[in-house]
Design a protein around this ligand. Structure first.
Ligand code: ATR
Length: 282
């Protein structure tokens, strides 16, 4: 038994994703979802361990506080200060963060290399942090952080610089200079909530985006955000957040089962599901 703990958690795609993978591989496992009161989250996790569950995904709002509840932290957790995966082993709770490696693997699958690239990261929250630390490790030519609240962008850039002093890391602001930063970037990553179904809009103007750009939106609902639609129309190569979702899930799955995730099967299942709810919400 595996599952996800969070609040709210009822809209999570993880149960669909993992149950599809488990049944495809013929494993006699089940993935369940647990919406837990914040004050009960720690005891619920300990209860899951004591019940003999294999592991859990952890989502909002417990990704940071759960770091304090684990016995053994993977390097990814120490680096980002947050986790999304627990493995219960020998009565111990082990914590992992598969978001960063999931992001990297999604690019690798598409043969997109980060080496020598100029990267513009929009956002400085939890999702942005997970991506920022793995990007900084990839010999990029430059990593620029842009955020609505500039202080948070500066703080993240400072942390990244102390972690990787040899990488050029700076910040950009929402001002006249932004157009230049956009046109001088190779890979643009949206890690803000702007563009998601409940936060419609676009995080940056797209006038300076063209066929030289790769635009990755970590949002997957809708499948094509306004940023991705506009960028694609302008000739950019676009990547949906569904890819990172699938790849972070693949890493969690490997930690729990030791087996390879059936990526194409899961991608097809989730794409069809998202399209069906998109049709229904029209
Ligand atoms: P997550 O864990 O999903 O990253 P988060 O930590 O709350 O969530 O971060 C949300 C990110 O989206 C932040 O970078 C936030 O900017 P602020 O730091 O200024 O809050 C960004 N964001 C949210 N709403 C936004 C908006 N309307 N315009 C621009 N940025 C926004």
């Amino acid at each position: 038994m595996v599952g996800i703990i969070g609040n709210p958690v009822r809209h999570s795609l993880s149960p669909i994703m993992h149950n599809r993978a488990l049944s495809h591989l013929g494993l006699n496992w089940v993935y369940l979802s647990f919406e837990v009161e914040p004050a009960r989250a720690r005891s619920a996790i300990e209860g899951a361990r004591d019940l003999g569950m294999v592991g859990l995904n952890v989502t909002m709002p417990f990704k940071m506080e759960a770091v304090e509840w684990v016995d053994i932290k993977d390097g990814s957790v120490i680096l980002t200060g947050s986790l999304n995966t627990l493995l219960f082993k020998d009565s111990k709770i082990m914590g992992f963060n598969t978001d960063g490696i999931g992001f990297l693997n999604s690019l690798r699958e598409k043969s997109i290399s980060l080496q020598g690239r100029k990267v513009l990261l929009i956002g400085a929250g939890g999702a942005a942090r997970a991506v920022a630390f793995v990007v900084a490790q990839q010999e990029v030519a430059r990593l620029t952080v842009l955020n609505r609240t500039p202080q948070k962008a500066h703080r993240l850039a400072q942390e990244l610089s102390s972690f990787k002093p040899e990488t050029e890391i700076n910040t950009a602001s929402y001002d006249l200079g932004l157009a230049l930063v956009i046109s001088d970037s190779d890979l643009i990553i949206n890690a803000t909530s702007v563009g998601m179904k409940d936060h419609p809009g676009i995080p940056i103007p797209t006038d300076d985006i063209d066929q030289r750009h790769i635009v990755y939106d970590l949002a997957y609902w809708p499948l094509r955000t306004e940023l991705l639609r506009d960028s694609e129309e302008r000739g950019a190569r676009v990547v949906s957040g569904l890819e990172m979702l699938i790849h972070q899930g693949a890493e969690s799955f490997r930690i729990w089962t030791g087996k390879e995730f059936p990526l194409p099967i899961v991608r097809e299942e989730l794409t069809e599901y998202l399209k069906s709810i998109e049709d229904r919400s029209r």
